[in-house]
Design a binder for this molecule. Structure first.
Ligand code: COA
Length: 164
């Protein structure tokens, strides 16, 4: 049984562990590097979570996934929100936890009047792309030179979902 909720400062230790795991096992799923993830301490993680922009999916009391969800604040772009990072621990991939987290985000978007959710994904991240497509996301562009890995430019794909 998976549940979805906004993470708070109290979730900092569990979130920090999961974020470090993600940066280690799925580096093409994160903009943050492993070194950057390891450099964050619990106090800083608590501060970040207090912004209220991070959501989690729990199996009973255990955090098994998290995602960033950031509705735009300015009047003319309030119909849009950014999603990401989006991560589920390997043990729980394929279990439905990712879908529960995405459905939670969609319910929030609907309730908050958000019409469009945007995300970016690495072109070689086939599993994530398959998941996003399954959830109804459509590709709308490519951002060139989005990431420089060891100085080498890499592009990323832009996806969006119209919330209904
Ligand atoms: C992306 C992520 C959240 C998706 O959650 P998940 O539980 O793995 O998703 P699901 O299993 O429901 O869906 C993935 C789909 O891709 C399919 N798939 C698996 N490997 C694949 C591959 N190499 N190529 C194409 N499709 C693949 C699965 O079979 C599944 O489709 P199905 O339900 O029709 O069988 C999760 O894989 C994850 O956390 N990955 C690491 C972090 C990451 O890359 N995040 C995205 C950053 S943009």
């Amino acid at each position: 049984m998976f549940t979805y909720r906004t993470l708070t400062g109290e979730d900092a230790p569990a979130w920090l562990d999961l974020r470090q795991e993600g940066a280690r096992v799925a580096p093409n799923g994160f903009l943050v590097t492993l070194d950057e993830a390891l450099a964050m301490d619990t106090d800083r993680a608590r501060q970040m979570l207090e912004f209220g922009a991070m959501r989690g999916v729990f199996e009973d009391e255990t955090l098994v996934g998290f995602c960033g969800y950031r509705p735009q604040q300015r009047q003319r772009i309030r119909h849009r929100a950014e999603l990401g990072p989006f991560y589920v621990t390997p043990d729980r991939q394929g279990s439905g936890a990712a879908r529960v987290m995405m459905q939670g985000v969609l319910a929030e978007a609907r309730a908050g009047g958000v019409a469009q959710i945007e995300l970016t994904v690495a072109p070689d991240n086939a599993r994530a792309i398959a998941f996003y497509k399954k959830q109804g996301f459509q590709k709308y562009g490519v951002r060139p030179d989005a990431i420089r890995e060891g100085g080498v430019p890499e592009h990323e794909l832009l996806y969006l979902l119209w919330v209904n």
